[in-house]
Each structure stands twice: as structure tokens, then as C-alpha cells.
Ligand binder design. Structure first.
Ligand code: GLP
Length: 244
């Protein structure tokens, strides 16, 4: 789905989410959403906040699971995805505390395996994700599933590619402070979502969007594995579509 701009694309995705939330409200069910971070979903979250404040969209029946978090990191660190989600979305809507889940970057290393297994179980207990929102890294990563991530991978501790650390270095005082590790949902965790929307904006994403959509499906480009998902779409702006 190609929109003239990131703002328009984000508004369209926000409308889809609002419709899903309202359908679930009418059926007296929870709406389970998978959330992404990075610069890509910022307009989407701003639009969801606007829909809440100006159009009365309630998030009381919404349960969310975030894709990933740096490791180790304190939840209130400037670069933490926990902090990002609160600042961009959760602090501004009526989602009950306890309904949102973000991987914890402070879990002791020896407890991470169990923590990740429990994270998967919490998603299952919530009924699985109705919709997973994704961005895309320049190397095709989704969440922090870097090239080579197995299609059967679950939530786990991963090592970040140097290219990812470089791409995200702008968030940190210097490169040496960019964490080398992260907790991320796996490809199989993402695949269990009933529907997936990957968003990409800007000409710097055009190449990897083409590779993911038109190239063969390979774990060397994690986003290209989404070709195998039964209900996935890419929502992009004109700039990100210029190589298609
Ligand atoms: C980050 C996140 C991903 C995100 C991607 C793209 O490292 N872990 O979830 O989709 O990289 O980031 P951006 O949206 O800033 O381009």
C-alpha cells in the first residue's frame, strides 16, 4: 500500500487499528497488538493519541506486546524502548497499566532464557496477537532479528549487527555506548500474529523494501520471510516505493 507521505500512511494504519479496537470492543474482547519502536511508528502513535483525545478512542480493551529492547538497559534510560513507548503512547492514552508488555532490559543474564519463554507464554495467554506492527532495519531486520535469524526463532537474547549499532548510534552519546545485545521476539513469534503491517518511510528504505518484497524469501533478509505470512502488508510512502 503506497501513500503520498509517511503521515498519510500512518493515518491509514491508525484507522485500521481503531477499527480493530472498536470491533473487539463491540464483541467484548481484548485487542492484542504487537508494537514496534524506532522512528518509523512515531506518526502512528501520535495519530493514535489524537484519536484518543479528539475522537474518544478508548484503549481499555487493548493489550500490547513490544517487539524488542536493548540489553542491558535501564527502563528510564533515554534510549530505552520502555521509555520510548511511555513517552510516545502509553502515557497519553487510557490503556490500563499491566496491559502493556515491553521486554525488560534489566533481567539478570542467568534468568533471561526463562524470562523470554515467559514472554512468549504471556502472548499466548492473551490469545495471540491480532495485529503486529513492524518497522524495517536497513539490513532487513524486523524487531532485532538480524540477517540469519531462523524462521522458527522465539523471543531470545540476540547480538546486534554492527550495521544496526551504527544505524542506531545517533540515539547514544557515542558508538561504544550502543548495547551489543538485545531481547527480541523471534520470527516465529511475529509469524503467529493474525495480521502483520510493516511500515517504511523515506528513500533510504527503498532498496531494502524492494529486496524484501521482490527478492526471494530468505533468512538473509528477515523481512523477506514475511512473504510467507498469510496476512501481511507493507504500508510505505512514495519515497520508499521508488525502487519497486
Ligand atoms: C530498530 C528497531 C526495529 C526498527 C528498526 C528501524 O533497531 N529494533 O524494531 O523497526 O530498527 O528503525 P527506524 O524506524 O528508526 O528506521
Amino acid at each position: 500500500e503506497i501513500h503520498p507521505s509517511a503521515k498519510e500512511g500512518s493515518k491509514a494504519v491508525a484507522q485500521e487499528i481503531a477499527t480493530l479496537i472498536r470491533e473487539k470492543q463491540a464483541a467484548k474482547q481484548n485487542c492484542v497488538l504487537g508494537m514496534a519502536t524506532g522512528s518509523t511508528p512515531k506518526y502512528l502513535y501520535a495519530e493514535l493519541v489524537r484519536l484518543h483525545k479528539e475522537e474518544g478512542l478508548s484503549f481499555k480493551n487493548v493489550v500490547t506486546f513490544n517487539l524488542d529492547e536493548y540489553y542491558p538497559i535501564e527502563p528510564d534510560a533515554l534510549q530505552s524502548y520502555n521509555r520510548f513507548m511511555k513517552e510516545q503512547l502509553f502515557n497519553h492514552i487510557d490503556i490500563p497499566e499491566g496491559n502493556y508488555h515491553i521486554p525488560d532490559g534489566t533481567v539478570p543474564k542467568e534468568k533471561i532464557k526463562q524470562y523470554c519463554e515467559d514472554y512468549e507464554k504471556r502472548i499466548e495467554a492473551a490469545g495471540g496477537m491480532d495485529l503486529q506492527i513492524l518497522g524495517i532495519g536497513n539490513n532487513g531486520h524486523i524487531g532485532f532479528n538480524e540477517p540469519g535469524a531462523n524462521i522458527n526463532s522465539h523471543t531470545r537474547l540476540v547480538t546486534l549487527d554492527n550495521s544496526t549499532r551504527l544505524a542506531n548510534a545517533y540515539e547514544f552519546p557515542n558508538m561504544s555506548q550502543v548495547p551489543r545485545l538485545a531481547i527480541t521476539m523471534g520470527i516465529s513469534s511475529i509469524f503467529k500474529a493474525k495480521s502483520v503491517i510493516l511500515m517504511a518511510w523515506g528513500s533510504h528504505k527503498a532498496k531494502i523494501v524492494r529486496r524484501s518484497v521482490e527478492g526471494h524469501s530468505t533468512d538473509q533478509v528477515p523481512a523477506s520471510l514475511l512473504q510467507q505470512h498469510p496476512n501481511c502488508k507493507f504500508v510505505i510512502d512514495e519515497q520508499a516505493s521508488q525502487e519497486l
